[in-house]
Design a protein around this ligand. Sequence first.
Ligand code: SF4
Length: 468
Amino acid sequence: MNVHDTERITGLLLNAGYVQALENSEPDLVVFNTCAVRENADNKLYGNLSFLAPRKKIDPNFQIAVGGCMAQKDQDSIIKRAPYVDVVFGTHNIGSLPVLLERARIEEESQVEIKEALEHFPSTLPARRHSAFSAWVSVSVGCNNTCTFCIVPSLRGIEKDRPSEDIMKEVRALVDQGVVEITLLGQNVNAYGVDFGDRGAFAKLLRECGKVDGLERVRFMSPHPRDFTDDVIEAMAETPNVMPNLHMPLQSGSDRILAAMRRSYRRNRYMGIIEKVRSAMPDSTITTDIIVGFPGETDEDFAQTMEVAREAKFLAAYTFQYSKRPGTPAATMPDQIPDDVMRERYEALHKLQQEISEAVNQEVVGTVQEVLVADHEGRRDGQRHRMTGRSKDFRLVHFNVDETNPPRPGDLVTTQITKASPNFVLAEGLPIDIRKTRGGDAHDARMKEAGPQALMIGMPTLKQLKKV
Ligand code: SF4
């Protein structure tokens, strides 16, 4: 979500006349788009700000802006701690950034703008996409859940759904520009429709995406098990361009901990959903997020998480050690887990998951997979003939190519998998087929238009924007 917000911030600033500063040049503006999900976000932000303070002292025209969840959380206390910051803008105030920068310049005074809630979804903000052929499209912002470890609802507000006509208009416009892969994005993507009273709205959206000519791949993140309905599984299975991968956070395998997390599903429900997904799409993969060391988690609770991981056979699990977020109910819960216990559990789960991932990847050795070539060529060990991409079911694939005729990022390559490891699969023979796509054309066009800088524009960091 933050990365996509950065694309919006970039788009706005480019529209307002800013251009990206060249590498190693001195920018006139630095924008921090912050995330407050992890504990050390504060340290990171204030460390970065103090690094810029000397520059600000000698050059008052140099501007610094801080946005994102930290800005929403700390509001004007950012200015108290770092008075040289020019603009602090909240998660609902992205659209105001150019005006706030201008105002700070003219009035020579720091500007703080934080809206507590959105009245409507900001569909009209421009975006400068990081990739020419793969794009995020927001379907909603905010979240109506109250998970006790999560700071998102207090910083991003309640769920605001975007009208489906606006979403589809953006999808079609992106496809016209050469985008071949869309990821529908929301804090709780399958609750989409709650705002306008249509429980079937997300499944309908997937089916609508299926009607867009030229759209090769549709993904979404992240669904919540509570809101996962059978019509979404049917839509996934019946819509050929919706990819057979489900990323659905588990968080814990213990019902007791799920209740303490205020995650309103239980282990059986979670397992029931993935069973249905697998029976509707036998070639699908499941990925997940798991938190270890939530307050009160006993050895028995943790053993249940390990058990679910074994049963669920995730392709990948993004595991996190519980990190206290001030202001969340879990931060003040008794029985916080000591760091060493948390680390031990984390390592045990990580080791188990590595074994599972390798076994799941082993299952496709010998099969032929279609791979969308990634933006970055992902050369490993200096092997210039190896590129990287994702299979339909979201495996990371490193594949060999003929250097005299390599595919372009954005093209689709069909290749045979020869080896598996926990984190990727390997295709050592040359591709069986390379299908040039409009995505590859769009990538080429961007490279020609802006040279090697092309890939940097719209990158998730906006540290180098210069006003002309
Ligand atoms: S559903 Fe996700 S975003 Fe919403 S409160 Fe829970 S963890 Fe946070």
